[in-house]
Ligand binder design. Structure first.
Ligand code: FAD
Length: 422
């Protein structure tokens, strides 16, 4: 049972645990609404240990830009950090199949945008600073959540003073990236698949202008992606086996560049000036049910996918857009936003997109990671089919861009309609 008597408890409507990309995006979506919101973040933004706003450079879909523009996150400063993604060249090293997705086929000015997560984080923090209905607790760690019919009580600890505090809320949103044991302690169970591969990230310069083109090259050991960045740079996302990861991580810079060049080829130019390499273990996880009474998991806490198709955060952001829409629509009614009925409605709305993205990403990997000659032939024919059959290309474009009529209003570039007046 929640212990509300022992100390003074501060009350909020919504407490978000984790102020990373997902938690901060939800908080921004709820800025200046009728909800009182608290965000609990364990690690300060500019700390080297900050796990969400690190050296990562991610590809945002076209619909993600819609969402961030509508939320006023996509400001002039962020625009200068973003690199438009105008085409994607997909190829299979040593085989005939290849295809190109182009923004002109979609009739949009770009397919998506490549952005350093730190720059996105700064834009989110700029927004949160001005929100009068949001309290940001940092560096505070959420330790446990107790729930009952009346609400949730979240026990948090100041990481500097170690002093515990309690907050109560109608709804506790767990956006901790799956990093803390809270979900487990509440009995959430997940289905997971650990890939026997990790991702290695670095940024390199090229001697050729990239013309806003990304490359997804399926090399024998897994996918190797180059994402265009400003100043004639590419973010390298290289999927490697544990043995290769160890070898490639330990290489001196010159040797790393040579190995990368030999593996990728010279289509994107000659590489130089690599930044320090960083590695990430990869897994696919999905909570069987992302909610229980008064608690909802969001972002990586709810699901993770392999970065091969750059979909993980984009999917989480569409979850956030849907949740914000439902919450704002409900804000003037007496509905209980922590009830299982409310949370089930949200989860049902998001189930299809979540399943499709997981299947798409996993399917892509199993096709391209397969060494059987038949699968290899199918893969080459598949790429040729995408190249030559416009309707297949359109379907792939739609998924890559995160578009579709079933998506939340923000993702379609529309405002969340105001709640019906009583
Ligand atoms: C190599 C790689 C490349 C990727 N590329 C892309 C891409 O191109 N496109 C894309 O859409 N996605 C991509 N992703 C996925 C994307 O990075 C994640 O989906 C995103 O970072 C998830 O954000 P999150 O806020 O859910 O979790 P996290 O980023 O893990 O943030 C969780 C936050 O919660 C805090 N926290 C944890 N526990 C507690 C606690 N107990 N109390 C308080 N705070 C706590 C942490 O300090 C952290 O700030 C990539 C991922 C990887 C690994």
């Amino acid at each position: 049972m929640p212990d509300r008597k022992t100390r003074q408890v501060r009350h909020y409507d919504i407490v978000i645990i984790g102020g990373g990309l997902a938690g901060a995006s939800l908080a921004v979506a709820l800025a200046d609404t009728q909800y009182r919101v608290a965000v609990i973040e364990a690690v300060e933004f500019d700390s080297k240990a900050q796990p969400s706003y690190d050296e990562r450079t991610i590809a945002l879909t076209y619909s993600a830009k819609h969402i961030f523009s509508r939320l006023n996150v996509w400001d002039e400063e962020l625009e200068t950090e973003a690199c438009a993604l105008k085409s994607i060249h997909i190829s299979n090293k040593g085989h005939f199949g290849k295809t190109r997705l182009d923004h002109k086929d979609a009739g949009t000015e770009a397919l998506g945008y490549v952005i350093p997560t730190r720059a996105l984080g700064q834009a989110l923090m700029r927004n949160l600073e001005h929100a009068t209905n949001i309290d940001f607790f940092c560096p505070y760690e959420a330790e446990k959540i107790d729930t009952d019919d009346a609400g949730a009580v979240i026990t948090i600890k100041n990481r500097e003073t170690q002093a515990p505090e309690q907050l109560s809320a109608m709804l506790a949103v767990i956006a901790d990236g799956g990093r803390s044991p809270i979900l487990e302690s509440l009995g959430f169970s997940s289905e997971s698949k650990t890939y026997s591969q990790s991702a290695l990230l670095s940024i390199v310069k090229s001697n050729l202008a990239h013309q806003n083109r990304a490359y997804e090259r399926f090399v024998p050991n897994g996918p190797l992606a180059l994402l265009p960045m400003n100043d004639q740079r590419f973010a390298v996302v290289w999927t490697l086996s544990p043995e290769e990861l160890e070898t490639v991580s330990a290489m001196p810079d010159e040797q790393f560049l040579t190995h990368l060049q030999m593996t990728f080829g010279t289509r994107a130019g000659l590489f130089s000036a690599p930044t320090p390499r960083k590695t990430y273990p990869l897994s696919k996880t999905s909570l069987k049910t992302p909610y229980s009474r008064r608690v909802l998991a969001l972002g990586n806490a709810a699901h993770t996918v392999h970065p091969v198709a750059g979909q993980g955060f984009n999917l989480g952001l569409r979850d956030i857009a849907t949740l914000a829409e439902l919450l704002i629509q409900t804000s003037t009614s007496d509905s209980d936003i922590g009830s299982t009925e409310f949370l089930k409605n949200y989860a049902d709305l998001r189930a299809d997109d979540t399943r499709r993205v997981a299947q798409f990403t996993d399917g892509l990997l199993s096709i391209f990671n397969h060494s059987s000659p038949l699968v290899q032939l199918g893969r080459n024919l598949g790429l040729a089919a995408v190249e030559n059959l416009p309707f297949i290309k359109r379907a792939l474009l739609k998924r890559t861009m995160g578009m579709g009529p079933e998506q939340p209003r923000l993702a379609r570039g529309l405002k969340i309609s105001p709640p019906p007046s009583k």
